[in-house]
Structures are given as C-alpha cells and as structure tokens.
Design a protein around this ligand. Structure first.
Ligand code: GTQ
Ligand code: FE2
Length: 365
C-alpha cells in the first residue's frame, strides 16, 4: 500500500510558519517595522487643552465630595490625554494634574521615586514640607519634591488652594521603577524650619561653600523658585531681547543643569502682537497659562487660551505662540531625559504656517 505524500504549497508552509511564530510568542519585524520605524516620531499623545473654568469647578466639586484618606491619597484630578487610551497621563511621558486642598486640610506624608513639581496658580497660606523643610507656596512659585523626598501638603488658611502638579510618573512607570512609601507613624513629618533651602541656596548665583549640593541626589538642593525672582528674570531678559518670546529655565544652582534630573521647568513670557517662530523638539511638554491670554498653534491646530488653562504639546509637534496681552506660560518637559540619552533634537523654522484648525475644549460654551 502506498500513501500519497503531497508537497505542501508555499502558501501552506507560510500559514504554518506564521501560526508557529504566534504560538511561540515571536513577531517578525517585517510585519511591524512600518509602525515602529517612522521617518520621524508619530506620538499617540495628541495636542489637547483643558480649560481652567472646568478644572477649577471640578476640583472644587472634588473638595466637597471627596475626603483625603490616610495612606497617601491626594485630591488630584489628572489630565488624561485622549490619545492615550484612558491612561491618566497628560503625555506619554508626563503627568499633569490639579490638586485641591481645602481650608485647614493636610495631605498625608509619603515619598515616591517619581519626581514632582508644584506650580501655584493662586492663593497663599499653604506649604509643602519636603524632607522637613516647610516650603511656603504662593501664586507663581515653583516648589520641587524631588525623587524619594518625603512630602506632605498643609493648608493653614481659611481658603482652599489649587495648584498644578507635574510628575515624571509615566516615564518612571514605563521603566518599572516606581516605589512608594507612606510616612510613618504620623500623618505629617516634623517641620525643621520654613524655607531652609531658600535661605541657603536662594537663587543669587552665589553658592555656599562646604554645603552638600547633593542633599536631594541629582535634583536641585534649592526646593523653591519664587515668582518675584522669575518675574524679574523675565523682565530683564525682555529688556535685552525684543521678544515676541523669552524663556527662562529653572536650574540647579550648582551645576546649572535642570532643577530635576528627569523634568525641565521653564517660564515663557510672550509679548502681544507678533507670532513666535515655529519650533519643534523631541519630547512632550505640558503648559500652564499663569497669566495672560492668546493662542498657540500646535501642528496647525489653534488653541485659544487664557489664565489657568493647561495644554499638551506632543513630541515633534510644531509650536507657535501668539499673545493678545502680555502672557506668562509655565511648562514642564521630559527634555533632560532625552538629552541624557543623546536623543534630543529640535528645529526652528522661519516661515509661520498660516492655515489652522481651531480647537474647542470640552465644556466650552
Ligand atoms: O501631591 O504628592 O498629582 O504623590 C500625583 C502624585 C500629586 C502629591 C500628584 C502625588 C502627588
Ligand atoms: Fe506625592
């Protein structure tokens, strides 16, 4: 008896091959390289804007409805970029949020490996204690809570306070490097003093000898950058350069690098009437409109903004600003990470793009 052995066709052999690849958890590059190797970044993060009126209203609602529990919960509403499939992230690398602390409330102490910044939109009478140093928070101030530093927030006033939180959490999470610890046994750390880091390191380009500049690891030993100093630095820069845009970076006072090793903080001052030159860079940014009104064009889409609005600029998106009154835009970015890995690049264009679509935020009238 003879059995007919038919030679499988190429098609059958290929089908079997692809089935076997799948069964063995292997993916051939030739089927995915088109999505992975692009001529330039194609971010999932989309350009997006949240209105202050909405943020504020919902933060206040959270204040009425949600209590702060022991164990590290903060009353925080995170900016969730619609391009990121429901992830609570402003961009693929950055966390942006508003935090609401009611009168006479405290948010319990804890620490984590993701680094954070607080940028105060309005109000006073609140401090964040960072490793025992009580850092007072007022409008326009930037306060650092570097990686693995203990922190708790305290509102001693009769007014609620809302501020912007920026963290490198999505990046640290992608690296599976998140650690978290509640402060114990008390809710709050003992306060060693108010504004200690400012008195020692406070922004004069004169640094103390014999003090350890690495008290916060690679982060700045100075924990607070006051609005009065930022404002004066921007004014001085604007007096030297006509604009339409000047930018200051918040730096480490000893090495001149970024205030945090993973997150850059900047303040941009825009003068009205002229559009800034189109610019793009690798890495994403979250902008917070501290003062003023105007619009930004992100990859041809126009976002009108005013005080308190927050918006996201994805990696490699072309960005132009035009203010209708003098405006100050605070921004965080992942630039130090890209620079450390030698992946940073940027481009400045001469010609402004003219065509644009206008973005309308959810909840806009
Ligand atoms: O205030 O400590 O927005 O731990 C996210 C995580 C704020 C905080 C956030 C946090 C905090
Ligand atoms: Fe925290």
């Amino acid at each position: 008896m003879t059995t007919e052995i038919s030679t499988p066709t190429l098609e059958e052999r290929l089908d079997r091959f692809y089935a076997e690849l799948e069964g063995n958890d292997l993916v051939p590059l030739w089927q995915v390289s088109g999505q992975l190797m692009r001529s330039a970044p194609v971010p999932s993060t989309i350009p997006y804007l949240w209105r202050w009126s909405t943020l504020r209203r919902l933060a206040e609602m959270a204040g009425e409805l949600i209590t702060i529990e022991r164990g590290g919960d903060r009353r925080v509403l995170s900016l969730a970029n619609p391009g990121l499939q429901g992830a609570p992230f402003a961009s693929s690398t950055l966390w942006g949020a508003v935090q609401y602390l009611g009168p006479r409330e405290s948010a319990p102490g804890h620490r984590h490996t993701p680094a954070a910044i607080r940028f105060v939109m309005e109000g006073e009478g609140v401090w964040t204690t960072v490793n025992g140093d009580a850092c007072d928070m007022r409008a326009g101030d930037l306060v650092l809570t570097p990686s693995w530093c203990w922190h708790d927030h305290n509102n001693a006033s009769d007014q609620p306070m809302i501020w912007f939180d920026g963290l490198d959490l999505p990046t640290v999470n992608a690296l599976d490097a998140v650690f978290f610890q509640p402060y114990e046994p008390d809710e709050l750390q003992p306060v060693l003093g108010h504004g200690i880091s400012e008195r020692i390191w406070g922004g004069r380009a004169l640094v103390p000898a014999g003090m350890d500049p690495t008290v916060n690891g690679h982060a700045s030993p100075l924990l607070v950058y006051r609005w009065a100093d930022t404002d004066a630095a921007l004014d001085a820069l604007l007096a030297e350069r006509p604009g339409p845009l000047v930018t200051i970076s918040y730096t480490h006072p000893v090495n001149g690098g970024p205030a945090l090793p993973t997150m850059a903080c900047e303040m941009h001052r825009l003068v009205p009437g002229r559009r800034s030159r189109p610019y793009r860079k690798v890495g994403s940014s979250v902008y917070v409109v501290f003062r003023g009104a105007g619009s930004s064009i992100i990859d041809g889409q126009r976002f009108d903004w005013s005080q308190g609005d927050m918006f996201v600029v994805p990696s490699w998106s072309t960005l132009e600003h035009e203010a209708i009154e003098r405006s100050d835009l605070f921004a965080i970015s992942d630039r130090p990470i890209l620079e450390a890995l030698h992946l940073f690049r940027d481009e400045l264009f001469d010609q402004a793009q003219v065509v644009h679509r206008v973005f309308s935020a959810k909840g806009d009238a």
